[in-house]
Design a protein around this ligand. Structure first.
Ligand code: BGC
Length: 755
């Protein structure tokens, strides 16, 4: 009986691994592979470069030669990568080419705004085009696989990696995920300017407890399926070729060995057939999570369908033993190996292993004028105008302008986090951007005014990739003194303030998310001058800006705009470009409110007003709501919304409802507006969010121009996962909201009916 079962399992195994169909050429290579060579394909190493863990791979060349490496990452440059590929092709027994990856996150060498900033464009074509450009540059530079898009929903601005994603909302996040995948992968991998994308980090990484990186995640399946998993699913539906695991636990099991995530959701429900790679040493880290030794955790990862081990070499060193001891099956190793070979085949590496090493194209395309010009345009679109009292912006190109602050002349900080191939020296500073914008028509005075932070220990931690926080030799008072001197002579102050590039990103969580004390002190002193102040804010996360929002005349949130960010600031400050970005994360009033997001559930004792009332859900000391809500952003023009029109008061599975609204540009300059549609499912078998984004459209309007924006409310759109984890819609009352942000909306009631 036992033998029969084993025989049965063997045949099932053969059948399953055979499901990864290879071309005859690759199949022939596969048939010659030894067990060791198969395990070798599951091994991803880094020869150095940008590393994010303590482990750096050793003897990489030797291992490639021995057939113990499937791919490498973290190095670039056609000539350099070619050397590694040559070892694989010419010196390993079967000559299987390497797959070469890199974190191409927001641009390759021409850096775009950080992903959180990019998402604020709400422009999916633009976002797709950034990924396309990044892919063109990267594939000329020896790369064929990017560890992007990062689609982790996050509602915790303390978490540093909130900068790498698209914010708090699953609907918007899904659209961005799909756009990025399309941009990187293009239509055809035969095209040498396309590359494999890798959606990460599966899953729920953005919900780390306390906003601490790598920390515990615990959430209900209902929330997971409705609010956190949709963007990963959108990437899968868009055809993403690979998936990366996350560091955190899900239901107390580390993601990299989580059978629910990888077997049930990813492979079975979503039908994903590409390969899964772990995050950096994520297999080894399961030992610290307390779920076993290296052999056990490696086996567990393979068993749930993880195919490639990033850096940790757990697969390389233990899988053979596990196979001999019956802890993993040959079929599991075969399947993983075939998935990786399949990806290489898709890329065309077996026909031409050197197709991505095009030095001529690299010289022509990387950081080309055209690429920089596009990056400048995108950066301008990502800026969010948070305040503009008395229309102080755009500034006039005349008189004296005092540009003050530690980020005004900081080339190092312009690119933002995760710009590993970006050269800070190639970026434009704000002061340069301003000078480029005004030419000789206005006098520009500059003073640093303050350090980003005065705390040397804090600076040391932030500066792990380079001198981003440079503490001046002068005292804080002397610097403020100098700033006041130029401020007093000027007509307006442009205060360029905020975070250093690596105050967000990986392992950059913060408990306090306001402006650092050194900068606040400077700003307060500047306020005393009585001069108008425009704050240009650099940040990778929502910040607490209460004092600033009351005391600044204007606040322009520029995130980290990338290589051309400085020029884009000049474009926007002086009105060449009208800012149209809208927030994709709510800005809290205070850290103690976190999480604050627009799609919260109601409570039995609701409180949405400004006045706290006893025995309702509120704080005694701060309001419940955000300082700046999701979807918020001003423009140099104004938009008027007419009353929305509905095609009826009911909708059904066969008959969607049409919602239209006429929007008019009532100002004097052209501008873009993001018209947003939200719903609330008023009565359901489970409690549903008070508002959920279900549609948006970005429109461009000339002065006086008007456009009708139309949304379709379908039954499909209002489906959700119920308590039995079924994806259903429920008949009954809905509220529909249309407006310019999650708060400023018009509301109507409709009903989902059976027919
Ligand atoms: C990060 C990933 C990244 C990987 C490779 C990890 O530390 O979490 O997002 O892709 O390193 O650089």
């Amino acid at each position: 009986m036992k033998h029969l079962t084993l025989l049965f399992l063997f045949f099932i195994g053969q059948f399953l691994s055979a499901q990864v169909e290879l071309s005859p050429k690759v199949e022939a290579i596969y048939q010659q592979m030894t067990l060791e060579e198969k395990i070798g394909q599951l091994n991803l190493l880094t020869p150095g470069g940008a590393v994010t863990g303590e482990v750096v791979s050793k003897d990489v060349n030797l291992k490639i030669k021995n057939g113990q490496v499937g791919g490498i990452f973290g190095i670039r440059g056609a000539a350099k990568v070619r050397l590694a590929q040559e070892i694989a092709v010419d010196s390993s027994r079967l000559g299987i080419p390497l797959i070469v990856g890199m974190d191409v996150i927001h641009g390759h060498q021409t850096i775009f705004p950080i992903p959180l900033g990019l998402s604020c464009t709400w422009d999916m074509d633009l976002i797709e085009a950034t990924a396309r450009q990044a892919s063109r540059e990267a594939t000329a530079d020896g790369l064929m696989w990017t560890f992007s898009p990062m689609v982790d929903i996050s509602r915790d601005p303390r978490w540093g990696r909130i900068s790498e994603g698209s914010g708090e909302d699953p609907f918007l996040g899904s659209a961005v995920a799909a756009a990025m995948v399309k941009g990187y992968q293009g239509k055809d991998f035969k095209d040498p300017t396309t590359m494999l994308a890798c959606v990460k980090h599966f899953a729920l990484y953005g919900a780390a407890e306390g906003g601490r990186d790598y920390a515990t995640v615990d959430m209900s399946k209902v929330r997971m399926l409705n609010e956190y998993l949709p963007p990963y699913k959108a990437a899968i539906d868009a055809g993403v070729a690979t998936v990366m695991t996350s560091f955190n636990v899900v239901d107390y099991v580390p993601a990299s060995a989580n059978s629910y995530l990888f077997k049930d959701v990813l492979r079975e429900d979503w039908g994903f057939d590409g390969f899964v790679v772990t995050d950096y040493t994520a297999i080894n880290e399961m030992i610290a999570h307390g779920v076993g030794d290296l052999q056990r955790v490696s086996a567990e990862a393979l068993k749930v369908g993880v195919d490639m081990d990033m850096v940790g070499e757990g697969f390389l060193t233990t899988l053979k033993k596990s196979l001999n001891e019956g802890k993993v099956s040959m079929e599991q190793i075969n399947t993983a190996c075939r998935r990786i070979l399949k990806a290489k085949e898709m890329l065309g590496l077996f026909d031409d292993p050197y197709k991505y090493f095009d030095e001529e194209r690299a010289a022509k395309e990387i950081l080309s004028e055209g690429n920089r010009a596009f990056a400048r345009e995108v950066a301008g679109q990502s800026f969010v105008l948070l305040k503009n009292e008395g229309s102080i912006l755009p500034l006039k190109k005349s008189g004296k302008i005092a540009v003050i602050g530690p980020l005004a002349d900081s080339r190092r900080n312009m690119l933002g986090t995760w710009s590993v191939s970006g050269d800070p020296e190639k970026s434009v500073t704000v002061i340069e951007g301003i000078r480029n914008a005004v030419g000789a028509t206005a006098e520009i005075l500059y003073a640093k005014g303050a350090n980003i932070s005065d705390d040397p220990e804090f600076a040391r931690r932030v500066n792990s990739f380079g001198p981003e926080i440079v503490i001046d030799e002068r005292s804080a008072d002397a610097m403020i003194e100098e700033a006041l001197e130029i401020a007093n002579q000027s007509d307006v102050i442009v205060a360029v303030m905020g975070e250093a590039a690596d105050m967000t990103g990986e392992s950059s969580s913060m408990a306090y998310i306001g402006l650092q004390p050194s900068q606040k002190k400077l700003l307060m002193a500047l306020k005393e001058t009585g001069k108008p102040i425009v704050m240009v804010l650099y940040n990778g996360r929502p910040m607490t800006l209460n004092w600033e929002s009351e005391n600044m005349d204007a606040i322009l949130d520029v995130w980290f705009g990338g290589t051309e960010g400085g020029n884009a600031v000049g474009d926007v400050l002086f009105g060449k470009v009208n800012p149209g970005g809208k927030l994709t994360t709510s800005f809290p009033v205070h850290e103690g409110q976190i999480p604050v997001y627009h799609s919260m559930l109601n409570t039995g004792r609701p409180y949405f007003g400004q006045q706290a009332a006893k025995f309702t859900s509120n704080y005694l000391d701060v309001p419940n709501g955000p300082l700046f809500p999701f979807g918020y952003g001003l423009s140099y023009t104004t938009f008027e919304y007419e009353k929305m029109e509905l095609s009826g008061t009911t909708f059904s599975a066969n008959k969607p409802l049409t919602i239209s609204v006429k929007v008019k540009n009532t100002g004097t300059v052209a501008g873009s507006e993001v018209v947003q549609m939200y719903i609330r499912d008023v009565v359901g078998t489970i409690s549903r969010p008070v508002k959920e984004l279900k549609g948006f459209e970005k429109i461009m309007l000339k002065p006086g121009e008007e456009k009708v924006v139309t949304f379709e409310l379908t039954e499909e759109l209002v489906k959700f996962y119920n308590v039995d984890l079924e994806h259903v819609s429920e008949l009954g009352k809905f509220e529909v909201f249309v407006g310019k942000n999650a708060v400023d909306v018009e509301k109507r009631e409709v009903e989902l009916v059976a027919e």
